[in-house]
Design a protein around this ligand. Structure first.
Ligand code: CA
Length: 375
């Protein structure tokens, strides 16, 4: 995986694992070779979600509860792809910036910073998006957009935060999404995207927004607040600028009772004989990870439809063209927990002396220092 998550200056590469038992008996000694990147180049994008839509056979509303889902995989994904369905979708927050800053409180660390605002320059939906920018040369400043009212996360369902964004700044600038659980702020997303003006200017005009989703189910029972932060670093780098900034649109917190209905090797799936009701879908794919293993990428955006007039009465449906659910991608993953996004390691400070314990495994650590390119 090439994304940079906290700690921000540490990245691990598992080059190979030797001595792992294939017969169920613990080996006397296993060796894993790991490279620790103490100054990673975060230009490589994080794993992206598939783009999901309805295919053939769907009307609105759909009269027979039979239709096709289809999606496109992001670059580098190999599948299998896992499809989930929910009968219903709840909304704790939905803000596409069309009603201004009314749901948000703004703050900034210094008069040298710009406040968050709405913009018509680059939007994903409607006529407006949120934007955080900083003046060229502004060092160590931060702007915050924080939800004005707490939101109660329910228990018994999955709660998902999602948004669309576009980012271009300097290499030492970073954007953060944090959740307050009533006691403390927890960082749930962090990204940087150093991009020279030669790339950022056309990107601002032409690049699409990217979809992100974060599982907030661990905050069940809590009254949460949400904040988006754009912070510049200490440098004023020659080729790039925080003036381009972070454009955010269609922020949502939704709840659903997700159920995996299939894991498929391809990029479409036929659903058949659903009884009347509302149905929502999301899909995620899998990426190669290390030698031979796979890890799931993030969930796609959610799409939904209504079934009305169906002769079917049973849920889950039987028969039709829906194959029975096959094992989820988890079973494809060897030694890697299947979740997305990749968990923060929780290891702070110096990378040197890092020790991972895998049963009786001894771990050799090498270090790698890439060169930086001035962005
Ligand atoms: Ca909008």
């Amino acid at each position: 995986m090439s994304s940079c998550t906290q700690p921000s200056q540490l990245r691990l590469f598992v080059d190979g694992i030797e001595g792992i038992s294939k017969n169920g008996k613990a080996p006397s000694r296993a060796v894993a070779s790991i490279k620790v990147d103490v100054a990673p180049d975060c230009k490589a994008p994080p794993p992206a979600p598939p783009s999901l839509s309805f295919g053939a056979g769907r009307s609105d509303p759909d009269p027979d509860g039979s239709y096709t889902l289809k999606w496109t995989r992001p670059k580098g994904a190999v599948g299998p792809d896992e499809i989930q369905e929910s009968r219903g979708l709840g909304t704790l927050l939905a803000d596409g910036a069309e009603e201004g800053m009314g749901k948000w409180a703004r703050s900034k660390s210094s008069p040298a910073a710009f406040d968050w605002d709405t913009t018509t320059v680059k939007v994903r939906s409607g006529s407006n998006a949120f934007v955080a920018r900083h003046p060229e040369g502004a060092a160590n400043v931060e702007s915050v957009m924080e939800s004005a009212d707490p939101m109660k996360v329910p228990s018994g369902v999955e709660t998902t935060l999602s948004w669309w964004d576009w980012l271009a700044a300097e290499g030492d600038d970073a954007v953060f999404v944090d959740v307050h659980d009533g006691r403390d702020w927890a960082n749930v997303y962090q990204a940087s995207r150093p991009l020279g003006a030669d790339g950022a200017a056309p990107g601002l005009l032409n690049e699409p927004f990217n979809f992100h989703s974060i599982d907030l189910t661990r905050f069940a029972g809590k009254a949460i607040k949400l904040r988006f932060r754009f912070a510049t670093g200490p440098d004023n780098r020659a080729l790039s600028s925080p003036m381009f900034g972070w454009y955010v649109d269609d922020i949502a917190i939704s709840t659903a009772a997700w159920r995996t209905i299939a894991a498929v090797p391809g990029t479409s799936y036929a659903r058949a004989n659903l009884p009347d009701g509302e149905y929502f879908y999301r899909v995620r794919t899998a990426f190669p990870f290390g030698s031979g293993a796979k890890v799931s990428g993030p969930w796609s955006e959610v799409i939904g439809t209504k079934v009305q007039g169906s002769k079917a009465t049973a849920y889950p449906p039987s028969g039709g063209s829906s194959p029975s659910p096959s094992p989820s991608p988890t079973s494809q993953v060897k030694g890697v927990r299947n979740r997305a996004p990749l968990p923060a390691t929780g290891v702070g400070g110096s990378a040197y002396g890092l020790l991972l314990v895998l049963g009786a495994a001894a771990i050799a650590i090498a270090t790698r220092r890439p060169s930086h390119n001035g962005r």
